[in-house]
Design a protein around this ligand. Structure first.
Ligand code: PEP
Ligand code: MN
Length: 263
């Protein structure tokens, strides 16, 4: 179903009134984690002002250490909903557990499946039944073909609204947190009719690298870009090193628009 042997035209994924997969790049931005109403509203207003189309924030966080901040849970989703009502930006948020499905159906506009759950086949099937578009990230150790097979689980349930996301893979290279595989994304776009998102924030790991990786992703043909933004990145409760300040995000948006206009 995800392959383009039978479907030649690119799929447009609708997230409320935002279309992913057209000729323009859709930018989703927001904090790694929802930490408070004030923090989320501040970022939501800033990214809206800068031209983002989707608000992305984590309410349930998949953390390597169980002692790290795990997110505000359902309260985080409610905060995102309020930020969406104020700004008009549809909300993208990651689900970790199918038992939270009702809260996601109620409060989120797009369901993110993170890298660590990219092959959680029961969760993929469940996401296919939720009636919402899905942002499916590539697993840290998965090939592009495996990512497309994961999408197949969602499509099989009758949900064709899936955006694939290149977010970097584990390699021997240590100069970035993960290796952003833009070659894989370009190759993947030739294998499927589904749109591709690129997340330059997580593979960068350091904010100094985010602009270049984001612009490279746009140049490589990403339909959507995901950028982490925090009002005070230095005190963020997760991914503090890679989140952009609102000012830096605004500058990045100007650079993305300038680049997109010549592609
Ligand atoms: C995230 O998007 O905040 C996240 C945890 O990403 P990933 O699943 O790609 O690590
Ligand atoms: Mn993050």
């Amino acid at each position: 179903l995800a392959g383009n042997e039978w479907k030649k035209d690119p799929t447009l994924v609708k997230v409320k009134d935002v279309e992913v997969g057209g000729n323009k790049v859709v930018v989703a931005a927001g904090p790694c984690a929802v930490e408070s109403e004030e923090q989320t509203l501040t970022v939501a207003r800033a990214v809206k002002r800068a031209g983002a189309s989707l608000l992305r924030g984590g309410a349930y966080k998949p953390r390597t250490s169980p002692y790290s901040f795990q997110g505000l849970g359902e309260e985080g989703l409610k905060i995102l909903r309020r930020a969406s009502e104020e700004t008009g930006l549809p909300v993208v948020s990651e689900i970790l557990d199918a038992r939270d499905r009702d809260a996601f159906v109620k409060f989120a506009d797009m369901i993110q499946i993170g890298a660590r759950n990219s092959q959680n086949f029961t969760l993929l099937r469940e996401a296919g039944k939720m009636g919402k578009p899905v942002l499916l990230k590539r697993g840290l150790g998965n090939t592009v073909e495996e990512l497309i097979q994961s999408a197949e689980y969602i499509l099989m349930e009758g949900n064709g609204n899936v955006v694939l996301c290149e977010r970097g893979i584990r390699t021997f290279e240590k100069s970035t947190r993960f290796t952003l595989d833009l070659g894989g994304m370009v190759a993947g776009k030739l294998m499927t009719h589904l749109p591709f998102c690129a997340d330059p924030s997580h593979p960068a790991g350091k904010r100094e690298l985010v602009h270049s990786l984001a612009l490279a992703s746009v140049a490589a043909g990403a339909d959507m870009i995901l950028i982490e933004v925090h009002p005070k990145p230095e005190v963020a409760l997760s991914d503090s090193e890679q989140q952009l300040t609102p000012d830096s995000f605004q500058l990045l948006m100007e650079r993305i628009k300038a680049l997109a206009s010549v592609l």
